[in-house]
Design a protein around this ligand. Sequence first.
Ligand code: ADP
Length: 191
Amino acid sequence: MNIILLGPPGAGKGTQAQHLVDDRNMIQLSTGDMLRAAKDSGTEMGKVVADVMARGDLVTDEIVIGLIREKLEGDKQGGFIFDGFPRTLAQADALGQLLDEMGESLDHVIELQVNDDVLVDRIVNRAKEAVAAGGTARADDNAESLKVRLMAYYKQTSPLIGYYYAKGQLQGVDGLGQIAEVRAEIAGVLG
Ligand code: ADP
């Protein structure tokens, strides 16, 4: 089973993806994690994307599609969870094509629905908690980048809701509940 978790920054995609990894032996493909890893390892691509990410803008479709393509060639275990990908219509088309070529299906597109005030609070708290735990906040978890990330979501990613709705694949889940409640609701959708 292959699924997409769709939703704005702070909706809880990463948290729920981790549960699906634990519960169903699925593989989480988070383009955000992949890009942060590239940045930390200091590769040429990492250097190119670092500023874009810190600002909160989207990196190019070409880069993220390339990252995803590589991962799809590996072991698929209980299936793939696309977390933070696709984020543009071009990425969505590319994903459809890649899955077709592999003879794989896209089984569910789950939209985690939350309101914007909650997103801002969650992200500001995530940054504070990281610092309180002695670590560092993500370079893009600040008020300035958050505005850009939200705008990128509404301008570039939210059209995917209509796209997958029109394909008959969209399923909405209330992302405002407790983590365990959201987890249970997703489990219900996936069956
Ligand atoms: P969040 O969902 O909290 O915004 P992510 O970890 O998914 O965080 O992404 C962090 C940043 O990585 C994004 O703001 C963007 O710069 C970049 N990024 C992640 N996935 C994509 C993608 N599919 N296309 C373009 N840029 C991406």
